[in-house]
Write a protein that binds this ligand. Structure first.
Ligand code: ADP
Ligand code: GLC
Length: 495
C-alpha cells in the first residue's frame, strides 16, 4: 500500500478489454489496474464504442450530461462499469452518432471526417463529468492523465475554458505521448469546432504550419509530459523523430520523463494462457514445441523442425515492414518458416499476400486483427521480428520475451531499452535476451537474422537467450511505481 493514496482520472480513446487498435489500449487497461493494486483510487474514461459488449463489461447508465459544443449543447449518457478484478471504475461516454461505428478512428484505412468533433466532444464531456463525479460520488481527482492526441484537448480545456473553476484548479495534469507520428492534425477552418477562442490558435499553442494540431495542445498545456521509454523521450527532441514538434518538446524537456510500459502478465502468461495449444514456463519449455506445431497447422504450414520467425504488427511505415518485405525473397532461400499477422496499409496487405502465394510452404499469413492468434504466434514462434523505424515503446517484443520467442529488433526507442543484445559476454552472464541491429536497411536486417539463425543452431546458447527473456520482469509493477512518482512530481510542482 502506498502511504498517500492518490485519486487519478485516466482518459484514453481505447483500453483493453473494451476497444483496441494498438498498444495504447494495453497501456490504458493495464496501468490503472496496477495503480489500483498499489492502493490508489483510479477511474478511467473512454468513449462508449458500439463494438463494446456492454453486458460483459457490466456497463450501466449512470448519469446524463449536457455537453457544450460549438453549436449548442448535446446530451450524453455516461455509463459506468468496472475493469474486471480490479477496483478501477470505467466511465464510458455514450453518444452513438459519434461512437457507434465500425471502427474507432477510421474505416478501410480512411479517417472519419468528423474525428475532430468526435474527440473534442469526448474531451469536453470529460470536463463536464468532473463536477458530476464530485456531486454524485464525492470524488475529485488529484490528477488528470491523458493519452495521445485524441484526449489532448481535455488538458487544454482544463487550463483554458475551465481554468477559473476552483475544482479544476486543484487538478494536476500529465500527458503521455505514445506516438509522435499521430498528431491529430485538422484544417484551420475546423478550429472553431474545438469551442476554443481564436487567441489559442497561435504558433505558441495549437497552430502548426497553418493547421490545428491537437497533440501540440497536450504538449503545451500539460503540467508534465512523458513518453513510453527513456530513449524515445530523447529521440523526440530531434528533428528525425519529432515529426515537426521536436522544438516544442525541447522547450518542455525539464518536464519530460520516459517510462517503459509494462504488460499484463496475467493475460500474457505462457503458463496459464488458454489461447495456446499447450502451457509452458521457463522451468518446463516442452509445451512451446506443441504450440509451434499447432501454429504451423493453423497457418497451413508444413509441420517441420525449422526456425519459425514471427511478425505481429500494424502494417504501417513505422514498423519497418518494407525491410521485411524486401528481405523475404532472400530468406525464402533458407530452411525456415515465417508466421505473419497484421493489418493496415493495403499496400503491405497485398504485398504479403502475393509473397505468401509465391511461398505457401514457408509463409503463413493472416490479414486481420486477431488477438487469439497473436497469443498463439507469440507462443509458437522461435524469433519475433520487429524492425521498426521508430518505436516509442513496443509491447510485442515484451510479449515475445515473456513467451520465450527471441526478439530481433532495431535499436530505437523502447526496443533499445528493453532488449539486451546478443554478445558472447552478455550470453555468458545470462543477460542477453535478443538481437539488435542499427541501420534501417534490408542488409543490416539480413545480417542480424543470419546471426540469430546461427545462434539458434546452438541449442544451449539459444536456450540461454530464451530463459533470460522469460525471466525478465516486464510486468507493470515497476512502471506503475514510476508513474506514481511522476504524479507526485506533478503535484509537488504545483504546491
Ligand atoms: P503499436 O501500438 O505501435 O501497434 P505495440 O507493440 O505497442 O505497437 O502494441 C501492439 C499491440 O497490438 C500488441 O498487443 C499486439 O499484439 C497487438 N496487435 C498488433 N497487430 C495485431 C493484429 N493484427 N492482431 C492482433 N493483435 C495485434
Ligand atoms: C504506440 C507506440 C508503441 C507503444 C504503444 C503503447 O502505439 O507505437 O510503441 O508501445 O503506443 O505505449
Amino acid at each position: 500500500m502506498d502511504p498517500r493514496p492518490l485519486k487519478i482520472l485516466l482518459v484514453a480513446s481505447e483500453a483493453v478489454p473494451f476497444a483496441k487498435t494498438g498498444g495504447l489500449a494495453d497501456v490504458a487497461g493495464g496501468l490503472p489496474r496496477e495503480l489500483a493494486r498499489l492502493g490508489h483510487s483510479v477511474r478511467l474514461v473512454i468513449p462508449r464504442y458500439g463494438s463494446i459488449d456492454g453486458s460483459t463489461a457490466g456497463f450501466k447508465d449512470w448519469i446524463r450530461l449536457a455537453v457544450p459544443t460549438a453549436t449548442g449543447r448535446t446530451n450524453v449518457t455516461i455509463e459506468q462499469g468496472q475493469l474486471a478484478d480490479s477496483g478501477v471504475q470505467i466511465l464510458a461516454v455514450r453518444h452513438d452518432p459519434y461512437f457507434d461505428r465500425e471502427g474507432l478512428y477510421q474505416e478501410s484505412g480512411v479517417d472519419y471526417p468528423d474525428n475532430l468533433e468526435r474527440f473534442a466532444f469526448f474531451c469536453r464531456a470529460v470536463l463536464e463529468l468532473l463536477p458530476a463525479l464530485r456531486k454524485v460520488s464525492g470524488w475529485t481527482p488529484d490528477l488528470l492523465h491523458a493519452h495521445d492526441w485524441q484526449t489532448a484537448l481535455s488538458l487544454v480545456y482544463l487550463k483554458t475554458l475551465y481554468a477559473r473553476s476552483l475544482l479544476m484548479k486543484r487538478i494536476g495534469t500529465l500527458f503521455t505521448v505514445h506516438n509522435m507520428g499521430y498528431q491529430g492534425l485538422f484544417p484551420a477552418v475546423e478550429y472553431p469546432k474545438t469551442g476554443l477562442g481564436a487567441e489559442l490558435f497561435t504558433v505558441k499553442t495549437l497552430e502548426f504550419h497553418g493547421s490545428l494540431n491537437l497533440l501540440k495542445g497536450g504538449l503545451v498545456f500539460a503540467d508534465f509530459l512523458n513518453t513510453v521509454s527513456p530513449t524515445y523521450s530523447r529521440e523526440i527532441q530531434s528533428p528525425e523523430f519529432g515529426f515537426g514538434l521536436d522544438g516544442v518538446v525541447r522547450e518542455r524537456r525539464d518536464r519530460l520523463v520516459g517510462i517503459v510500459n509494462g504488460i499484463d502478465t496475467e493475460v500474457w502468461d505462457p503458463a496459464t494462457d488458454q489461447h495456446v495449444a499447450s502451457r509452458y514456463s521457463v522451468s518446463d519449455l516442452a509445451g512451446k514445441r506443441t504450440c509451434k506445431t499447432e501454429l504451423e497447422r493453423e497457418l497451413r504450414l508444413p509441420v517441420r523442425d525449422v526456425p519459425l520467425l514471427a511478425v505481429v504488427s500494424r502494417f504501417t511505415q513505422q514498423k519497418g515492414l518494407d525491410l521485411v518485405a524486401e528481405l523475404l525473397p532472400e530468406l525464402m532461400e533458407l530452411d525456415l518458416q515465417v508466421a505473419l499477422l497484421g493489418t493496415g496499409d493495403p499496400y503491405y496487405e497485398a504485398l504479403f499476400r502475393s509473397l505468401q502465394v509465391r511461398y505457401p510452404e514457408k509463409i503463413g499469413l493472416r490479414i486481420g486483427f486477431d488477438d487469439v492468434l497473436a497469443h498463439r504466434i507469440e507462443a509458437g514462434g522461435d524469433m519475433f521480428l520487429m524492425p521498426s523505424r521508430y518505436e516509442p515503446c513496443g509491447l510485442s517484443q515484451l510479449y515475445s520475451l515473456r513467451y520465450g520467442t527471441v526478439p530481433i529488433v532495431r535499436r530505437t526507442g523502447g526496443l533499445a531499452d528493453t532488449v539486451v543484445p546478443y554478445a558472447p559476454r552478455a550470453v555468458r552472464e545470462g543477460r542477453a535476451t535478443g538481437f539488435v541491429f542499427s541501420q534501417a536497411t534490408p542488409e543490416s536486417l539480413l545480417s542480424v537474422v543470419l546471426l540469430a539463425l546461427r545462434v539458434y543452431a546452438d541449442r544451449a546458447e539459444w536456450n540461454s537467450l530464451v530463459r533470460a527473456g522469460m525471466s525478465t520482469d516486464v510486468s507493470w509493477a515497476r512502471p506503475a511505481r514510476a508513474y506514481v512518482e511522476l504524479y507526485r512530481a506533478v503535484l509537488d510542482s504545483r504546491a
